[in-house]
Design a binder for this molecule. Structure first.
Ligand code: AMP
Length: 282
């Protein structure tokens, strides 16, 4: 595995590849877990050269968010990337990604305003800007992202489509602990009791899916069922539960073909998100 610590090394490596080389790219913020590994494996499986980036992107954190406390585990990350057979990784540095004078912002307002965007109004501009930069630097043919960050995946799909980027965006399933908790780099900050409370999120989503399977199509009823369980533990403070379509993220009144039930909550001061597909989604 080639480990790059500078943009220059990344560009030199990229230029050294054959012009028809197919590259699979997995952007991450590090503190790698099985969720990230599943993306790396999906990339490896598709037979392309696999590249990853590790960058805790400051511009996607709001002023009162956990940028300083975000876990940073470079050595373990490097070992995990090697284990997964990654060919190349760039450990990026904020000063190089955003040099003095940096003045550009990429926004996808229609998809960034709702759901997580309501409490994180600047988050998705930070994500869209850094992802577009990374895509320009790595020039991959495939981009691998997790469905765990569903709004992010939908927004990046849109950006790729709208800006005519020639690459496939591959959405990968949510990896969970055996008890159902969606893996997240932030889970390490949960206390034991907080972890138990966090499980209520997934329980709520699963209950709604059962109701959906039993024939319920009304969004209000499905959302109510999810919130009943998700709010059962007072440690979990719910931010939103919404049923939306999987392309425009518009609230659904009823689920015809399919939709995504998305949830965000705070437990122990840790912000957690999760979602589940109901029916067929794109
Ligand atoms: P992050 O390091 O949190 O920015 O995540 C990097 C990528 O890993 C994103 O595409 C996430 O959606 C994905 N990811 C994070 N957690 C999971 C998970 N539990 N299952 C699947 N993908 C995940």
């Amino acid at each position: 595995m080639i480990v790059a610590n500078s943009k220059r090394e990344l560009l030199e490596w990229r230029r050294s590849l054959d012009s028809d080389a197919r590259l699979g790219f997995v952007p991450t913020m590090g503190a790698l877990h099985e969720g990230h590994r599943s993306l790396l494996r999906a990339a490896r499986k598709s037979g392309v050269t696999v590249a990853a980036s590790v960058f805790v992107n400051p511009t996607q954190f709001g002023p009162n968010e956990d940028l300083d406390q975000y876990p940073r585990t470079r050595e373990a990350d490097e070992a995990a990337l090697r284990e997964e057979g990654v060919d190349f990784v760039w450990f990026a540095d904020a000063a190089e990604v955003y040099p003095t004078g940096f003045a550009t912002e990429v926004r996808v307002p229609l998809l960034a305003a709702g759901l997580c965007g309501r409490s994180r109004p600047t988050h998705f501009a930070g994500v869209a800007t850094v992802v577009l930069k990374l895509l320009n630097l790595f020039r991959p043919s495939q981009l691998f992202m997790g469905r765990k960050d569903f709004q992010q995946l939908v927004l990046i799909r849109r950006l790729v489509l709208d800006l005519d980027l020639e690459l496939d965006v591959v959405g990968c399933d949510i990896v969970r602990d055996p008890d159902g908790l969606a893996l997240s780099s932030r889970n390490v900050k949960l206390s034991e009791a907080g972890r138990v409370a966090a499980l209520a999120l997934n329980r709520g989503l699963l209950a709604a899916r059962e109701l959906f399977k039993a024939g319920e199509r009304d969004a209000v009823k499905l959302v109510l069922e999810a919130s009943r369980l998700a709010m059962a533990d007072p440690r979990a403070s719910l931010e939103y539960i919404e049923l939306v379509d999987s392309v425009h993220l518009k609230a659904l009144e009823s689920v015809e073909r399919g939709g995504v039930l998305a949830i965000a909550a705070r437990v122990d001061g840790v912000r957690l998100i999760d979602n589940i597909a109901l029916g067929e989604i794109d």
